[in-house]
Structure formats: C-alpha cells, structure tokens
Design a binder for this molecule. Structure first.
Ligand SMILES: [Zn+2]
Length: 268
C-alpha cells in the first residue's frame, strides 16, 4: 500500500480554505515530500509526520507557492547542529539554484555547501529516469509553464506497487499524457473550473481546468484522478469539480481537503 498525504491542495492564491500544494508520498520506510511552499512546516506539523523521517524531496519548479518554504524545511530537517542524516533533493538545475539562493537569503553566512544535502539536478529539456531506491523509480519530464519557467512533471513507479503521476502548473500537453500513461493515480492541477468559470481560458493563464484534467486522465488511461492546486474561486466546490472532471464517464475522481490521505494499490 502506498500512502499519498495531500498536505495542501490550493494554488498560489491560497488565502482561506486551502493551503499551497504539497504532497507526501509514503511506502514503507520511503517518504518523499513533493513541493515545499511557504507553509510547509505547518502542513507537516498538522499531520504528525516527523520531518527527520523524510529522506527525499521533489520540487516541480521554483515558483514561490512551491519552493518558498525550502529554507525552513532544510533547517528543521538538518537539525540544530546540521548533524541529521542527509536528505536528497530532486529538481531542475534552475530550481536547485533558486533553492540555494533562498537559503542564502534566509540564513546569510551559513554556507549551504556544508549542509548535508544531496542535490540531484534533473534535465528541464528532456525526460529522465532516476532510481530512488532498489524498488522505486522516479521519471521526470518538462511540461510547459510559460513564461519561461522550467517545470517538471513526475511519475513514481513502485515495484510490485502502484504508479503515481504528478502534474502541476501546466495546461494540457502530450508530455503529460505520456508520463501518466496507465498510472494508478494521476494527481493533476485544476486551477480553474469550466463549470464555475465559463468563458475562462485556462490556456491563457498557463493552467488547467478540472474538465481538462479529466480529459488528460482519460487520454492517459489513468485509473484514478486527484485534483489539486485548486484556485480560490473553485476550491469550495469539490462536487462540481468531480462532476466536471468525470464528464459523464466512470473515471474515479478525488478532491481531498488539506490533510487528506489516499491509499493506493496497484490496480489489477
Ligand atoms: Zn503553483
């Protein structure tokens, strides 16, 4: 069984109901934090998950709602004398440069080179497979997020377990369909709603609607869809978003509240 904690399910404009998007993927001893937005420490505290138990971090891109909490996560993760076991950070080279710069601004004089962090720069122009453990492979690929923000989609394949794809801050594209092909769970952004915001052109804002996320899930043959990065105008209407994404099909669609948990098995 693989657990996906939805630490935060909102987008950048998160005042009120939902906090910035963050996930924790857990399988046995393996724990990977996905995104470190400004309130990441609060989100983790609420779940009771110990920061020291998180060995892996993935960050899709360097925008503030996905990255601004990184210095605080790193500080807490490394411990008071930076003596805690190392942790691994997977992101594009550009995003890693931004994370290091955030650290320098937050803690001037504490040389990040001396911190116990293993950086894993991933290409932002092509896909890449990275082995995380003996039984888990991370696949990443660039998805469009204009203007000019290198952004990675991700997929985790667990040996004898499920496959989980994660796509945020982008509009419908072929890379997403390839990355999510046949996965057990697609976690896809829905910044907008075609039902609640008719006439709103998500493409113009470089994001997706719940309807588009549903179409992508069907094109990819994903077994389940979870909608995240919900815009402030739509996040209080999960039933509408689920209907919109299903579009009359039997696709299983989830809209969880912050702190929600999905347990995913490999589909038979
Ligand atoms: Zn975002």
């Amino acid at each position: 069984m693989t657990n996906v904690y939805f630490l935060g399910t909102g987008g950048a404009f998160s005042a009120g109901h939902r906090s910035n998007l963050a996930l924790l993927i857990e399988s046995g001893e393996f724990r990977m934090l996905v995104e470190t937005g400004p309130v990441i420490m609060h989100q983790l505290t609420r779940t009771g998950i110990q920061v020291m138990d998180i060995e892996h971090v993935f960050i899709s891109h360097a925008h503030g709602d996905h990255a601004l909490g990184f210095p605080m996560f790193a500080l807490n993760r490394l411990g008071i004398d930076a003596s805690a076991p190392a942790f691994h950070v997977y992101a594009s080279a550009g995003a890693i440069a931004s994370l290091k710069a955030l650290w320098e601004i937050a803690y001037t004089g504490f040389d990040i080179q001396r911190l116990n962090i293993h950086w894993h720069p991933l290409p932002d122009q092509e896909s890449r497979q990275t082995r995380l453990t003996a039984r888990i492979i991370l696949q990443t690929a660039p998805v469009p997020h204009p203007p000019n923000t290198p952004t990675l989609g991700a997929r985790w394949d667990f040996e004898d377990g499920p496959s989980i794809a994660f796509i945020t801050d982008t509009y419908p594209n072929d890379t997403t369909v390839t990355l999510a092909q046949g996965c057990d769970l697609l976690i896809h952004e829905a910044s907008f709603s075609a039902t609640l915001q008719p006439g709103y052109d998500a493409n113009v804002h470089f994001h997706s609607t719940a309807q588009q996320a549903g179409e992508i899930a069907r094109q990819a043959g994903a077994k389940r869809l979870a909608l995240v990065h919900l815009g402030p105008m739509i996040g209080r209407h999960p039933d509408v978003l689920i209907e919109e994404a299903r579009a009359g099909t039997d696709l299983e669609v989830f809209v969880l509240d912050d702190g929600g948990l999905l347990q995913i098995k490999k589909s038979g």
